[in-house]
Design a protein around this ligand. Structure first.
Ligand SMILES: [Zn+2]
Length: 489
């Protein structure tokens, strides 16, 4: 049996008429003709709780083995809490049920699950913004315009005559452009910000067009007709008030709901990459330095013809974006695709690991040549100190033995010498411990990775790389990227 699950909260229904009928119809389109379908519908129930009659009924039916496929409009319908989304997904996956979202793809791939969980996190973070709050008394006041007067939002102007908010023709037009670029052209917020700056459009409050400026506009429900007032408390450092004190006020919509929703999808789409960036599989994260200016290189994602590529780039290529007028000339280093670089470095590392102890010793000597000189002389100095203290102690003991001085007289000095020796020994042990030889380190790594170097999972590769490599210097010449590996000594 195929199950369709639909949910709408009372507030959502009131806010933008997200109707159950539309949800069910969209799900029904996915149902093959003649298939047995059952609808599970929670009307006027919050997505924050699992205690929903239809959801509970559906879970029971799944537990009974009656359901093989569940169709839902999107993950937010299922639950507004990440934890609950994951709980339900796991429960149903275990039961062998296929879970399908109409407005969501790849739910059965690892990327899909990552996207899904991120999306859940975003939804959780954002939910307060799209949640309608209607405290009657406050709302009545707001409708009279008393609170709306304080509302200054990009795209709108307050008309003191009518005590209402109206479109500001100039900025509203910018808002429309931003939404069109996002919803129709699927531009990223960064690209939109750059285009606005290039077009000479003044930014809100006279600042810069940041990615975040654009993102905030695209996620603001005011532009489709629902603004929030009474959200920040001016008397208390603009602290955000509890959600149930916010007041939703209808304002003139600048874009239609469909455009707004499509733009929001695009924001989430890109945000997935920004949020996921920290967990992207970059073998050399924070190890790569720019071969032209020596600064650490950053990583970023580019989407080309629908495919995602990771890149290393020198942040100093864009100094003006971060600095003022006195920014130094930008670095000329081009963006470099990360994958081939990572592959080359990994190939070098595995070649080394397979080379065997003799070659390691040779490599190790070369790597260690400079640095160990210092360390060796430090150790030697400590050893000399220790011998000196030991000689002094023996001399003193000899004097006591020959009754040159009394035991009582010698005791404090002996104690002092013992303490000094112990301290030098500790420092010596630390100095010796600090730097195992390069060959030793390679041995240790090899012992850990065993023979199955190629079968290593990604995070273990990363451990190996980090153990052995201090930095990777990247440059580009006519023949392409040039990689120089500096091994740790
Ligand atoms: Zn550079």
């Amino acid at each position: 049996m195929i199950a369709i699950y639909a949910r709408v909260s009372t507030e959502e229904q009131a806010a933008h008429g997200a109707s159950l009928a539309a949800q069910i119809a969209a799900c029904r389109e996915r149902v093959p003709e003649g298939a047995e379908v059952e609808e599970f519908v929670d009307a006027g129930v919050s997505g924050m709780t699992l205690d929903r009659p239809a959801l509970q009924a559906l879970r029971r039916r799944v537990a009974e083995g009656a359901v093989h496929r569940i169709i839902i409009l999107d993950p937010d319908r299922l639950s507004r809490r990440l934890a609950h989304q994951l709980l339900l997904t796991e429960e149903w996956e275990r039961a062998g049920v296929t879970l399908e979202f109409v407005n969501f793809e790849w739910q059965d791939t690892p990327e899909g699950r990552l996207f899904y969980s991120l999306r859940g996190a975003v939804a959780e973070f954002e939910r307060e913004k799209i949640r309608e709050r209607t405290r009657r008394g406050w709302l009545a006041k707001a409708r009279q315009g008393q609170l709306v007067a304080g509302m200054q939002r990009y795209g709108y102007a307050y008309d003191p005559q009518t005590k209402a908010v109206r479109e500001d023709p100039e900025t509203a037009d910018v808002v429309r452009r931003i939404f069109r670029w996002a919803a129709e052209e699927r531009w990223s917020t960064g690209r939109i910000a750059r285009q606005l700056a290039r077009d000479g459009v003044p930014a809100p409050r006279g600042g810069h067009w940041w990615r975040d400026t654009v993102s905030k506009i695209l996620r603001n429900p005011a532009y489709m007709g629902v603004a929030y007032v009474h959200r920040y408390d001016a008397a208390h450092h603009n602290r955000e008030r509890p959600q149930d004190e916010w007041i939703a006020v209808p304002v003139p919509a600048i874009v239609d709901e469909d455009t707004w929703l499509r733009a929001r999808e695009v924001v989430y789409h890109y945000r997935k990459f920004w949020k996921g960036r920290q967990s992207l599989p970059l073998l050399l994260r924070r190890l790569v330095v720019c071969g032209r200016c020596g600064r650490p290189m950053s990583t970023n994602v580019r989407i080309e013809k629908g495919a995602t590529y990771l890149y290393y780039f020198c942040p100093h290529r864009y100094p003006r974006r971060f600095g003022g007028s006195e920014a130094p000339p930008p670095c000329t280093m081009p963006w470099v695709r990360a994958e081939p670089v990572d592959q080359e470095v990994w190939a070098t590392v595995t070649r080394w690991l397979r080379a065997g102890p003799e070659e390691w010793a040779a490599i190790g000597e070369a790597v260690l040549a400079d640095r160990d000189d210092d360390m060796a002389s430090h150790v030697e100095a400590l050893e000399r100190d220790l011998r000196r203290v030991e000689r002094a102690r023996q001399r003193l003991i000899g004097m006591v033995a020959r009754d040159v001085i009394g035991e009582d007289e010698a005791e404090p000095e002996l104690r002092r010498l013992r303490a000094e020796a112990a301290e030098i020994e500790a420092r010596l042990a630390a100095a010796r411990r600090r730097r195992p030889s390069f060959a030793d380190r390679l041995q240790a790594v090899l012992a850990r990775v065993d023979e199955a170097i190629d079968a290593l999972p990604f995070d273990e590769r990363q451990v190996v790389v980090r153990e052995l490599i201090e930095r990777v210097t990247l440059d580009v010449d006519d023949e392409g990227p040039r990689v120089t590996i500096t091994f740790r000594a």
